[in-house]
Structures are given as structure tokens and as C-alpha cells.
Design a protein around this ligand. Sequence first.
Ligand SMILES: [Zn+2]
Length: 281
Amino acid sequence: MNKLEFFFNRGLLNYHPTISEEGFYRFDEISKKVVEQPLRIDWKDYLGLVHSPEYIAKARNASIKEEFFAYMHNCKESFRCATIAAGMAVESSQRGLFSLARPPGHHARPTKGDGYSIFNNIAIASKDLIRQGMKVAIVDFDAHHGDGTQDIFLGNNAVQYFSIHEMDSWPFSGEMGWNMNAFNYPVRAGSDDRVLLGWARLVQDKVSTFNPDILAISAGFDGFKEDRIAHLDFSLDGYFSLGTILGELEKKTFAVLEGGYHNRLYSCALSFKEGFNSVRA
Ligand SMILES: [Zn+2]
């Protein structure tokens, strides 16, 4: 079973460096510590698996015109960076990597961008796996519910979607329990590692029962205690342990960065990756 290796591309750094919503600060440390790798696949072959041609044109236009789109200010490079992020997710699914890309994707729907998400990176990669006949478990530990991902796969038997997220918080979806093939687990503001790891054990059990061909991780680190947007209390140790629990599933795995709005995003991702790899031979 694969270990996770970081995947980063410097093309992502052009993404509106001065705009605050999904800010450059997130990638400051990542860009200094992670070695760049070229993107080998062509996003044009994959975006249409989830998004309509009209929506893709709309996103491109919003970037050209530097409009407010997907709940953030776009710049001339936004579209290109969002396509790189989508391509990196697909390549990560093929090579078992952890894509450190921006913008996030799990709020994007086929015809609507939202919550800093232009294209739904994890959904695009998962659709490509499904068309190859695979079953995919998507585990999303971003502090927000991945409403876009859930909507895209709701009722699709090839997928089970698992999300832990802060209760009574944007986008106000993801009620406790099963909703068809989506298992949601809202938690109170202030919830700590104990809660995170309790959820992870539950998910470990459910994913084992589902027995997917591949585990797709929406790795958002806005549950970290220093986050500027969310109000959870997860720690670096918590992310390490979460990594070990998901690593123990012994499934081929890839991961895609979602949110995380603080200056220790690299440390959080590293801690998770090290935990995951610690249980892989
Ligand atoms: Zn988030």
C-alpha cells in the first residue's frame, strides 16, 4: 500500500497573491519547503467529468474580468490556477500523492462555484476512478461540510462520502447520520482531538465495510486550533493520529488539500502525512 508524498506546483503561487479571502499566506511555507513537481496530465480531459462547458466558460470569464466569483475575488490567473489544482487532484489519484493545491474544491458543484471552490478537485479525480470501474470512499475532515462533493455523488453507489464538520456553521448542510451514501458528523465548536479521532475510528469501520478500491481524502486543516475562520480545536498530534487511523485502512490512497486559514498549514499537512506513512511499510 502506498505512502503519501506531497505534490506541489509553483503555478499555484500566481493565484491572486494580494487578495485576502483564500490568501497567499496559506502557501508561503509550503512553497519554501515542498519541492515542485511538473503536472503531467491535461486538465482539459477531466474538468468535464463534473462541470458543464457553460460553467467552465463562466469561470474562465470571471477570471479574465477579475470578478467576485466562488465567494472570492478572482484575478487573471485564477482560472489557470484552478485548472492546475484540478489536474493535480487527478494526477494524485493516479500516483497516490497528497496534492497541496489551491483553491480548495469541495464546495463546488457542476454549475456553481462557492466557498473559494471553483472546480471540485476531489470529485473530478473520483469521477475518473469511477469510470474505470472503481469504488471510492471520500473522507473529508475539513471544518466545513463538503456540500458540493456530497451533491455530486448523492445516490451514486460507487461512492461513500464521510464528513466531519463544525455544527451550525457555513454552508449549514450535513446533518448527523446517513443521507443516502453520505455519512455526516457535525461537531460542536471547540471540539478537540478526542472528537476527531472518535469520528476517525467510526469512519475506519464504515469504510472497511464499504471496501472501496481507493480512499480519497479531502484534507482540510481549518479544524486546527489556530484557524481564522473555523472554531474547532484540533492539534498537530490529532492530525498525526488521524493519519495513522486512515493509513491503517490499507487502501490505495490519495489526498487533496481543502481549507486551512492560518500560518501552520504546512505543519498540519506534514503531521497528517507522517502519521499516515508511519503505518505503511
Ligand atoms: Zn473549510
